[in-house]
Write a protein that binds this ligand. Structure first.
Ligand SMILES: O=C(CO)COP(=O)(O)O
Length: 249
């Protein structure tokens, strides 16, 4: 069975006061929880790892640089992320592809840097509204998969997150049929490139306006193995019901 993962991306939200939410999440995890990963802003990584050390929660960063070190003011390397005790790193989020002009090749290089540092990259892909409206969704997703995923993907070292850009922070969620179509396509592409064993084992997350009241329906899709949650991961009271829905699915 594939790993189920409930991941929270706090984006540029949260100061040290937000660490209390991690304790609240840990206290309310369902019995036999899925893997829970919280990705706070980088300044909180060390303390978030400390705060979750004896819980079932893992910590991830929201980005890393593709180089191991050097003159890259303001950036952090995968090795630095790993040094905090974090185990995951989001790469290729659409907000970084957009605001920082990250290309598929950049994302692939970041995923390779993550692997080299022993981190599990959560590699994000997703189409814009104009791609969806022009019926180009699967072409875009296929190109992002081919360009953003490294060759050294294994059953345990990579997670892929499908986040349609038009669903992020908008309250708009694709229909279950649309989610099934894209996730089945991603699964088929992974099997095609990496073979049955690896392709069928890589967890696929859905992201984009996942909330407590729509999570159970989304988790009905066979190739949805969890969620990458933005706004609803900031508060334990909003996030734990999503974790519980995943545990039940
Ligand atoms: O971008 C996202 C997670 O990475 C999704 O954000 P929302 O859940 O706020 O729509």
């Amino acid at each position: 069975m594939r790993r189920k993962i409930a991941a929270g991306n706090w984006k540029m939200n949260g100061t040290s006061a937000a660490l209390a939410e991690l304790a609240a999440m840990a206290a309310d995890l369902p019995k036999e929880p899925p893997k829970v990963v919280i990705c706070p802003p980088a300044p909180l990584l060390f303390r978030a790892v400390e705060a979750t050390r004896t819980t079932g929660i893992s910590i991830g960063a929201q980005d890393c640089h593709m180089q191991a070190s050097g003159a890259f003011t303001g950036d952090i390397s995968a090795e630095m992320v790993a040094d905090t005790g974090a185990a995951y790193v989001i790469v290729g989020h659409s907000e970084r592809r957009d605001a920082h002009e990250e290309t598929n090749a950049d994302v692939r290089n970041k995923a390779e840097a993550a692997h080299a540092a022993g981190l599990t990259p959560i590699i994000c892909i997703g189409e814009a509204l104009e791609d969806r409206e022009a019926n180009n969704t699967l072409d875009i997703i296929g190109g992002q998969l081919a360009g953003s995923l490294p060759d050294d993907v294994s059953a345990s070292n990579t997670v892929v997150a499908y986040e349609p850009i038009w669903a992020i922070g908008t309250g708009k969620v694709p229909s279950l049929e649309q989610i099934v179509e894209v996730h089945d396509y991603i699964r088929a592409e992974l099997v095609h490139r990496y073979g049955n064993t690896i392709g069928n084992a890589v967890p696929l997350l859905y992201g984009g306006s996942v909330k407590a009241d729509n999570a159970a329906l989304i988790f009905e899709a066979e190739n949805v193995d969890g969620a990458l949650v933005g706004g609803a991961s900031l508060k334990a009271a909003d996030f734990i019901p999503i974790v519980a829905a995943l545990a039940k699915s």
